[in-house]
Design a binder for this molecule. Structure first.
Ligand SMILES: Cc1ncc(C[n+]2csc(CCOP(=O)(O)OP(=O)(O)O)c2C)c(N)n1
Ligand SMILES: [Mg+2]
Length: 581
């Protein structure tokens, strides 16, 4: 497309407005402030028009990463980000992001250009049944019937993404809408949708929940990312402190109450889950992450008090003792009122606290021992110990990988809510760089100087590695750590790799978990002007971290070579019974 052509299109004719301009203004009216995407026919003009109305446009290198980034903006800011994609393959690449947003219950809008209406069913360029395709991955999927209908469809998409359980919504824009001009006066913009109404639980259910908690012998509070999204940090902290309850965060529930809070029993997670007799679930689902709430990971007679924004979630996998339907913050406040009326505390000197504290102590000692190992190559614990030492308190921690993410989560501390982003409910590899970019863009606008640390397994990094260019292009000072064990879960060192190849072609002899040993991922960063470090020792790691954190304008990538066969410490889940607790 020529420059003239672009200029003419974005200016529009006097008294007229293009479809692209209507979309941009409708988004701005709905307080949508960030678009991530990849342009091409027919959506380039939409991105241009968005920039003209003051929406930030972040061009990414793959629609999947763009969609992950847009969804993270929704979680971090409470207003959905937009992922803007071209027709056909562009839209299909964004489906991973839509599914991931839905699984995480994060608001997201995907806007997809589609082929011209007049060419429908004719084999048009990138023609695809997009509205239908998105239905399975969204709460709402629709195409406006005319340009005039765009503002109300966009308002409905934004509202649907936010109300009830948040999720992804899709708006389809046929190519012929984008440049079509209509009279300015013929378009009516719909006011910004109201924030989601706050729902509260039934009062009788709240008092029942309070009485179940009071009768608990071994209580536990589990804080999920639903609680983080609901900004329930203050009320939950009050509840935990006032009633002196032990709590456990889910991976992205970390930071709702700081990880170093004395009531946090994360270091005794398995034990806490297995022997609790009453569990208060605050915005956490009983899915695979919490072992479905079922034995042998839980007591068969454990009483769940389930608090959730989504009625359909209540009763999933277990029959709750009490179901509290409503906004996590509002319902926690309702519970607090009960405990204000009749104060109650769980005795801090109980056997349960003793058991949990002892388990935490022994687990922490084990981690410390692993972290202090001097042998090279380093193990995961040594690496994360040094990272934790330099981690700014208010930084965003983004992470993905298998061992890298799981071990990193136990060592890297979160002190603030909504500051951890990871593979999440869907266990998706490839989210990390998009999430890190989203967090860095939000930080730049809301809290300049705040850092983003992105901790990637070497396999995980490969899924969207080219987004390093995006980081460099927008000067986002992200510190990217690639924890490199030459493989998926584990790998082989260079010598074993060479030995292996003697036995035949790599496709037949190399174990499927293997990646090329000694890969120098840091060059991906230096290729675009960022800083790259290759580190093999704790001292090199410390130095490169210091330098990366000192650079406040450019991203860095630290490629950390670790022992390819390193694994997690043994899990402490045993088939214990109450009697040998
Ligand atoms: C989209 C997607 N593809 C594949 C997987 C399967 N998978 C789970 S973890 C993982 C990568 C683990 O390796 P790495 O990131 O290097 O971390 P490590 O365990 O080696 O520290 C893969 C490929 C997945 N979860 N998601
Ligand atoms: Mg790996």
């Amino acid at each position: 497309m020529s420059e003239n052509n672009l200029a003419a299109r974005s200016d529009g004719l006097e008294g007229q407005v293009s479809g692209a301009q209507v979309i941009a203004r409708a988004l701005k009216t709905q307080d949508v402030n960030y678009i991530f995407g990849i342009v091409g026919i027919p959506v380039t003009e939409i991105a241009l028009a968005a920039q003209e109305v003051g929406i930030r446009y972040i061009g990414m290198r793959n629609e999947q990463a763009a969609c992950y980034a847009a969804s993270a903006v929704g979680y971090l800011t409470g207003r959905p980000g937009v992922c803007l994609v071209v027709s056909g393959p562009g839209l299909i690449h964004s489906l991973g992001g839509m599914a991931n947003a839905n699984m995480n219950c994060w608001p997201l809008i995907v806007i997809g250009g589609s082929s011209e209406r007049s060419q429908q069913t004719m084999g048009a360029f990138q023609e695809f049944p997009q509205v239908e395709a998105c239905r399975l991955y969204s709460k709402f999927s629709a195409r406006p019937s005319s340009i005039k209908a765009i503002p109300s469809i966009i308002e409905k998409a934004v509202r649907s993404s936010l109300y009830g359980r948040p999720g992804a919504c899709y708006v389809d824009i046929p190519a012929d809408f984008v440049n079509l001009q209509v009279n300015v006066s013929s378009v009516k913009y719909v006011e910004c949708c109201m924030p989601p109404p706050i729902s509260m639980a039934e009062t009788s259910a709240v008092s029942m929940a309070a009485s179940v908690i009071r009768d608990a012998k071994q209580p536990l509070v589990i804080i999920g990312k639903g609680a983080a999204y609901a900004h329930a940090e203050e009320s939950i902290r009050k509840l935990v402190e006032q009633c002196k309850l032990p709590f456990l965060p889910t991976p992205m529930g970390k930071g709702v109450i700081p990880d170093n809070h004395p009531n946090c029993v994360a270091a005794a997670r398995s034990r806490a889950l297995q022997f609790a007799d009453v569990i208060v679930l605050l915005g956490a689902r009983l899915n695979w992450i919490l072992h479905f709430g079922l034995p042998p990971r839980y007591q068969p007679d454990v009483k769940f008090i389930q608090v959730d924004i989504c009625a359909e979630e209540l009763g999933n996998n277990v029959r709750p003792a009490v179901s509290l339907l409503g906004d996590i913050n509002a319902v926690t406040k309702q519970l607090l009122e009960e405990f204000d009326k009749t104060p109650w505390q769980y005795p801090p000197e109980s056997k349960w606290w003793k058991v949990l504290r002892e388990k935490m102590k022994s687990n922490e000692a084990l981690c410390k021992e692993l972290a202090s190992k001097k042998s090279l190559p380093m193990n995961y614990y040594t690496v994360f110990h040094h990272v934790q030492e330099q981690l700014p308190r208010d930084c965003f921690v983004v992470s993905e990988g298998a061992n890298t993410m799981d071990i990193g989560r136990t060592v890297l501390q979160n002190y603030l809510p909504r500051h951890r982003l990871d593979a999440g409910t869907f266990g998706t590899m490839g989210v990390g760089l998009g999430f890190a970019i989203a967090a860095a863009i939000v930080a730049k606008d809301r809290n300049p100087g705040q850092r983003v640390i992105c901790v990637e397994g070497d396999s995980a990094f490969g899924f969207s590695g080219m987004e390093v260019e995006t980081m460099c292009r927008y000067s986002l000072p992200i510190v990217l750590l690639v924890v490199n064990n030459n493989g998926i879960y584990q790998g082989f060192d260079t010598d074993s790799w060479k030995e292996m190849l003697k036995f035949g072609d790599a496709t037949t002899v190399v174990p499927p978990i293997c990646l090329l040993p000694h890969s120098q991922y840091e060059h991906v960063m230096t290729a675009f002007g960022g800083k790259g470090y290759f580190v093999q020792t704790p001292e090199e790691l410390q130095k490169s971290l210091r330098q990366s954190l000192a650079d406040t304008t450019n991203p860095s990538l630290i490629n950390i070579m670790i022992e390819p066969q390193a694994t997690r410490k043994a899990q402490d889940f045993h088939w214990l019974t109450k009697s040998n607790l």
